[in-house]
Design a protein around this ligand. Sequence first.
Ligand code: CA
Length: 234
Amino acid sequence: MTATVLVVEDEPAIREGLVATLESEGYTTTAVADGNAALAALRGTAPDLVLLDIMLPGRNGYDVCRDLRRLHPRLPVIMLTAKSEEIDKVIGLELGADDYITKPFGVRELLARIGAVLRRSAPTVPPPADPDRAEPFVFGEARIDPAALRGQLADCGFDLTPRELRLLEFLHDRPGMVLGRDRLLHEVWDYEHIGNTRTLDQHIAMLRKKIEPDPRHPRYLTTVHGAGYRYEGE
Ligand code: CA
């Protein structure tokens, strides 16, 4: 199977480097330099994954990501960020990007992230063994519908990425237990994680915005200082 990657990057050297790297690994690529070209490319056929630069001429990567999600809600997106502070925005805006990579990045990291995101999004990946897994469940005050990748808190519906769902499921199955960051990264990210726990913390922050009645004062998905996170149960 050959996965197709759409590369959206305005800097020619980076764009061409990405294309060369991906093609040498057996990926098929389409490369464009701005958001309009990206959306035009997506109207034809959906790639398997999008590498999306944030700092683009004209419409930036955030806007492009939002539009792209409208066209293809499940299409995996990895954002390319130039500065570490942009990461907050990627996650904070709830754009639904599946991952991000901070420039400059190494080839190995890039390929690991792409491989991991593709594995998670692949329709051939079987759901977790628990046959009840597809059944809706309650997390705190939120109702989660795994099959739809949707949740509901009071009157507000929200979307979940596959990874957020997996994180919720893992926590939900272990109410009251303190789960260390390393363990969560290992269990939920299912690949050799490169480096830091910030990704996890950002996902927790994102989930709190969705499932906590007051995200600034979490009641259900709590931090255990110096240890990790805990699901407090319903
Ligand atoms: Ca750029």
